[in-house]
Design a binder for this molecule. Sequence first.
Ligand code: SAM
Length: 206
Amino acid sequence: MTEQAFWNRRADRYAAEPIADETAYQTKLATTRRLLRPDMNLFEFGCGTGATALIHAANVRHIRAVDFSERMIEIARGKADKAGVKNISFEVGSIENIDLAPESLDMVLALSVLHLLRNKEAAIARVFSALKPGGYFVTSTACLRDMLPAIRFVAPLGSRLGLLPHLDIMTQGQLHAAMEEAGFAVEHEWLPNKKAAVFMIARKPA
Ligand SMILES: C[S@@+](CC[C@H](N)C(=O)[O-])C[C@H]1O[C@@H](n2cnc3c(N)ncnc32)[C@H](O)[C@@H]1O
């Protein structure tokens, strides 16, 4: 099964699931919102069913939101139509090969997705190149090596059996280092609790 098929199969259930930690989610939204300006162009990858893009859309000019799962994008488009939101373009696409013009974006969002990539360093480098100087990279990432150290023993088999997606079992320190190696300055880093995803805001130097 491909990674896309894995997420297509889960999309409807994912759309219906409640947010695991609503308080932490609201804090992340508020922290992000403080950086938003009405003239900003955002890009989100791994947008899923578009929940976060739909919340931020009112505060920016435009959001280009992509996900490689067709079903996730179908649900996201349906939600945007229902809500009458016109300034998000939802596209099927992968961060690995989607066209991104250099220095064209004010902010990139990657929420619950960096730990799913086979090469997060390449994705981080693509984001760095696509951001304008001073642009923000807002991420929330399960650093599974810290959260659930034993998962590294079962993840490869789970992925082979189609029970888990591919997982990059990283530590928070490794994620931080990957951001800095790409050229970012990490301006904000928040771990709501030991079993939570790391919320990180990295900035491309102005
Ligand atoms: C855990 S969900 C998170 C969805 C959403 N960001 C959220 O926070 O609810 C991960 C999403 O990333 C997408 N995804 C995984 N790898 C991707 C890639 N290489 N390019 C684009 N989307 C990807 C999956 O299809 C899935 O919708």
